[in-house]
Ligand binder design. Structure first.
Ligand code: ZN
Length: 288
């Protein structure tokens, strides 16, 4: 699933390509992925409007439209957003189907056609992603439902302390709870715990002030670094740069079960299930 660094990478790329473009038509092949009560409202809010800005809260993208509405896009597990004009393809999200696959393909559930002939494809293999148009009030309610976000002003040691204080749930589930901390998912939650030598199965209230300060620094550092490397699941096919940024080479525990721990070089990385998710850790290093 794309997490904060991947969605931010997509946002930054789309910001360079779709701002001020006018949507002239829509092709919707899977209406169930549109969450408006009426599909006709979704179309009305989008057709003949321009994209004014593209923003993000946690893993949710929201595009401001000249119709004064906002388009929400959540990629969930396997969503992709692919922009194509006659010179280039700029894409982000899940790495299947391959971005250089013909467009549209059988996973292209919604296509936005712009006035200049370019297009934005919303592809989703497993169809958990969604789109919806909302007004400012509804957007504000959604933004308010998200927790503190790494790299934003509200992400302080004090606020992070509130997340863990008095909570008996395990640290992994607290890190994944978007109402508490927005943007972290399975990959970065595991990486952060390893960096801090924290066992993700311990309860939130077992962390000391010092542990939480360490966790705060690690989250900021790992998220910033992952954005720098353009995320883990992100693939970039712009022919201008030919760049394939990838944080996956830097991952220390995620996806490395059975491999030797890079820190202690004594134990193998284990994969256990926590908060319903595969969780990677070193049993020797992560004892806090
Ligand atoms: Zn270790």
């Amino acid at each position: 699933m794309p997490e904060l660094p991947e969605v931010e990478t997509i946002r930054l790329d789309l910001e360079k390509t779709i701002i001020n473009k006018k949507i002239v038509s829509l092709k919707i092949n899977k209406p169930k992925l549109i969450k408006n009560v009426k599909l006709s409202n979704f179309k009305k809010d989008l057709i003949d409007t321009k994209i004014v800005s593209i923003n993000r809260i946690g893993k949710l993208l929201y595009l401001r439209l000249s119709s004064q509405k906002f388009l929400l896009i959540h990629l969930k597990m396997t969503g992709q957003l692919i922009f194509q004009d006659n010179k280039r393809i700029i894409a982000g999200g899940h790495n299947y189907p391959p971005i250089d696959d013909q467009l549209p393909n059988k996973y292209s559930h919604t296509t936005f056609h712009f006035q200049d002939g370019s297009a934005l494809y919303f592809n989703d293999q497993r169809q958990f992603g969604y789109m919806k148009t909302v007004d400012r009030d509804e957007l504000n309610k959604i933004i308010d439902s998200y927790g503190i976000e790494p790299l934003q002003k509200n992400f302080s040691v004090e606020e992070l302390t509130k997340v863990f204080a008095n909570r008996k749930s395990n640290i992994k589930s607290l890190l994944l709870n978007q109402k508490l901390i927005s943007g972290l998912g399975n990959i970065y939650a595991d990486e952060v715990c390893f960096a801090c030598k924290i066992h993700p199965g311990n309860s939130g209230n077992s962390l000391t002030k010092k542990d939480i300060a360490k966790l705060h620094t690690s989250i900021e550092k790992i998220i910033a670094n992952a954005i720098k490397y353009r995320g883990t699941t992100f693939k970039d096919y712009t022919d201008a740069r030919g760049q394939k940024g990838n944080y996956s080479n830097i991952l220390k525990v995620y996806g490395r079960e059975g491999e030797e721990c890079v820190r202690c070089k004594d134990q193998k990385i284990m994969k256990i299930k926590l908060a319903g998710r595969g969780t990677h850790l070193c049993p020797k290093c992560q004892t806090i």
